[in-house]
Design a protein around this ligand. Structure first.
Ligand code: PLP
Length: 400
């Protein structure tokens, strides 16, 4: 009898974490490494949020709370959905978990059976297909193209739906491509979904507030109210409020699903940290003025890194609407040999050679289900991005 569970053999560890670990290892060995692998804002958590957490500790708010979020926080989440998305959720339609990732995990684990299919457009956030596989269901990967802005089209969606399809996972703005769906683009997808009553929509809106150039964020349940009864609208404080370490994510959805997710959470982590919940309450109800300011800083960085990458021989980069990433093609580097004598046969070999020879850590597109591309996280200073861009250009110039 094997000691480890069979289900573990179905999944891979996170490739983004693997790159970050490798970069850290090289750095510890004394190498000059620029790590552009991690996907988290480099800004500090705002002081009012930190103070709310300190107050919570001082006031003894350090005990168990309701499993899937304390009532005050659920009310604040419902108010956020109303204020920012025009969505009406009652508090029994809100769930709070230990990060957006746990909310996603709960939703998929609570609903998937072996044989069920989940449509995941590629490039995708690495956790989607892995959690689907862990649940014993089948991820149905639908590749998008740079030409379509890495967005799923209505025709491709219609083609991918079968009687076994239980969920479509949408993520806008996207990790890793930065692509965000306009209202009209979402409407084209929701029109298809209206015809397939068995398909639920899991929309991961984690990067909602990091959009540029006047882009108007839209979310499926608001675009097509008829779909709200089978939509889970997932979001969290990690990216918008620079709170990745606090581990608070939330979602709104039909109470039957929300209740099932709470049942699962009651037998795993119980409530998310009470202190983080008080901090998240302050995040959602306190000043919001820094959010567009941060987005403007990210926009400048996106423009800088895009311009640097597009000047590198053999690379090309489309303009993403949001998130913290660009997703350039490295097709022009494939089949070449680096200055250090490494053969570049695919995007994995491209990023490995770039890390070994120039000390720039990025993540191969194949980890996100689409090759030959790579993801650069630009959540770092202009100086670091300029240095990285110079190294990437030098690396590409050396390819023969
Ligand atoms: C698209 C997307 N969804 C969800 C998450 C998870 O967020 P959290 O840190 O709140 O678990 C991430 C984190 O990188 C993400 O990129």
């Amino acid at each position: 009898m094997a000691f480890l569970a069979d289900s573990l053999a179905r999944i891979k560890p996170s490739a983004t974490i693997a790159v970050t670990d490798k970069a850290r290892e090289l750095k510890a060995a004394g190498r000059d490494i620029i790590a552009l692998g991690a996907g988290e804002p480099d800004f500090d958590t705002p002081d009012n949020i930190k103070e709310a957490a300190i107050r919570a500790i001082r006031d003894g708010k350090t005990k168990y709370t309701a499993i899937d979020g304390m009532p005050e926080l659920k009310a604040a989440v419902a108010a956020k959905f109303k204020r920012e998305n025009g969505l009406d959720y009652k508090t029994d339609e809100i769930t709070v978990g230990t990060g957006g990732k746990q909310v996603l995990f709960n939703a998929l684990m609570a609903t998937l059976n072996p044989g069920d299919e989940v449509i995941v457009p590629a490039p995708y956030w690495v956790s989607y297909p892995e959690i689907v596989a862990l649940a014993g269901a089948t991820p149905v990967i639908v590749a998008t193209t740079a030409a379509s802005g890495f967005k799923l089209t209505a025709a491709a969606l219609a083609k991918a739906i079968t009687p076994k399809t239980k969920w479509l996972i949408l993520n806008s703005p996207s990790n890793p491509s930065g692509a965000a769906y306009s209202h009209a683009e979402l409407k084209a997808l929701t029109d298809v979904l209206l015809k397939h009553e068995q398909v639920w929509v899991l929309t991961d809106d984690m990067y909602e507030h990091i959009v540029y150039d006047g882009f108007k964020f839209a979310t499926p349940a608001a675009v097509e109210p008829g779909l709200k009864v089978r939509t889970l609208t997932l979001n969290g404080v990690s990216k918008a409020y620079s709170m990745t370490g606090w581990r608070i994510g939330y979602a709104g959805g039909p109470s039957v699903l929300i209740k099932a997710m709470a049942k699962l959470q009651s037998q795993s982590t119980t409530n998310p940290s009470s202190i983080s919940q008080w901090a998240a309450l302050e995040a959602l109800t306190g000043p919001q003025d820094f959010i567009p300011k941060n987005a403007e800083i990210f926009r400048q960085r996106r423009d800088l890194i895009m311009s640097l990458v597009n000047q590198a021989k053999g690379l090309s980069c489309t303009r993403p609407e949001g998130a913290l990433y660009v997703f350039p093609s490295c097709e022009g580097a494939i089949g070449k040999t680096s200055a250090g004598g490494r053969r570049i046969g695919n995007d994995q070999e491209f990023v490995t050679a770039l890390l070994e020879e120039e000390g720039v850590a990025v993540v191969q597109g194949s980890a996100f289900g689409l090759a030959p591309f790579f993801r650069i996280s630009y959540a770092t200073s202009n100086e670091v991005l300029e240095d990285a861009g110079t190294r990437i250009q030098r690396f590409c110039a050396g390819l023969r």
